[in-house]
Write a protein that binds this ligand. Structure first.
Ligand code: SAM
Ligand code: SF4
Length: 334
């Protein structure tokens, strides 16, 4: 038996998020600049290396795997990787295989994803207005994403929408997005915008909208009941009594979830980030490429987890001003 991964604060690592590409078919204003330089292919982990890496983490106790990016569904042949992970679901070693996607390619892949064992997808959608959607994603088209969501649900996938809360942009859609989700049987989670990447974000989009304020606005229309549910991550949930809907709030700028953090992230180049909000990382690509055996890889993972920090600091002390991270979100994977 491979011993489980326990960090210095006695937190067991059971959740791995893996970015499989830095590329994307959208250019969301809070995530990427218009002209991105992407990594050369040799820098990326191959699909085989991704399989070895995820399988090693699963051997060491990871029970939930989330695939992200960039846009994971634009990675060439990504279904081969998903199908490879099916064996861990079937063996009972993995509880959940899931992904975060912009939805643009879902119509094409929904059935295959279901067949590979995926049961839930997070689709990022900040607005239901076609013009605003084109503005915030720069290259995205809303009808394509809506068709993707429809295809996902038809294939049997449970869809959760993730919306980034942007003051002066989707504030006016708080109720309409909630109602749309109720009508389409989707869960909805709001994400506070994070200071990621060095973006020349337009003034009118990307303004910080505190979720405490969003929540207060929601409470003017609905009766909110806090749910005790904890995922080990930064999400908190409420139930809307009038509709029975579950609404989540992800507030990465607060520290209130670090104590129970059960997760780590790996970038598409094999850097293991022990904490989204810290620069400290470990190179897993070298041990993967140095040997066909997994012992050096496992050793590197264990050594890194023994340095997992207590918490992040999106404020003033350890980082540059405002805790700003120089990495783009598409690099670490959201
Ligand atoms: N392309 C996929 C997508 O959009 O769902 C997966 C990767 S994307 C980086 C993952 C999530 O990060 C998305 O929900 C996106 O809205 C969110 N995100 C990107 N930049 C962000 C930022 N600066 N602050 C908060 N959330 C951000
Ligand atoms: Fe692409 Fe997702 Fe970033 Fe938007 S948030 S640019 S869809 S990676």
């Amino acid at each position: 038996m491979t011993p489980p991964l326990i960090d210095p604060f006695q937190r067991a690592i059971s959740y791995l998020r893996v970015s499989v590409t830095d590329r994307c078919d959208f250019r969301c204003v809070y995530c990427m600049s218009e002209n991105m330089t992407f990594l050369p292919k040799r820098e990326l982990l191959t699909l085989e290396e991704l399989d070895r890496l995820c399988s090693a983490f699963i051997r060491m106790g990871v029970r939930k795997l989330r695939i992200t990016g960039g846009e994971p569904l634009v990675r060439r042949d990504i279904m081969t990787f998903f199908r490879g992970m099916t064996r861990h679901l079937e063996a009972g070693a993995l509880d959940e295989l899931t992904l975060t996607t912009n939805g643009s390619q879902l119509a094409r892949f929904a059935t295959d994803l279901y067949a590979a064992g995926v049961r839930r997808v997070n689709v990022s959608l900040d607005t239901l207005d076609e013009d605003k959607f084109a503005r915030v994603t720069r290259w995205g088209r809303l009808p394509q994403v809506l068709r993707g969501i429809e295809a996902a649900q038809a294939a049997g996938l449970r869809v959760k929408l993730n919306a980034v809360a942007l003051k002066g942009f989707n504030e006016d859609e708080l109720i309409s997005l909630t109602e749309w989700c109720a009508a389409h049987d989707c869960d909805l989670t709001w994400i506070e915008v994070m200071p990621m990447g060095d973006l020349e974000t337009e003034d009118r989009i990307g303004q910080y909208w505190a979720l405490s304020d969003l929540r207060a606005q929601l409470a003017q229309t609905y009766t909110l009941t806090d749910l005790p549910e904890r995922t080990g991550g930064p999400a908190r949930y409420v139930r809307l009594e009038e509709t029975g809907q579950k609404i989540g709030f992800i507030t990465p700028l607060t520290h209130n979830f670090c104590e129970s953090c059960n997760r780590v992230r790996v970038t598409c180049t094999g850097e293991l980030f022990m904490c989204l909000g810290q620069e400290d990382n470990a190179d897993l690509r070298s041990p993967l490429r140095a040997s066909d055996h997994d012992a050096p890889l496992e050793e590197a993972i264990r050594a890194a987890i023994s340095h997992k920090p207590k918490g992040h600091d999106f404020d003033y002390s350890r980082q540059t001003q405002g805790g700003q991270m120089t990495r783009h979100m598409s690099h670490t994977g959201g």
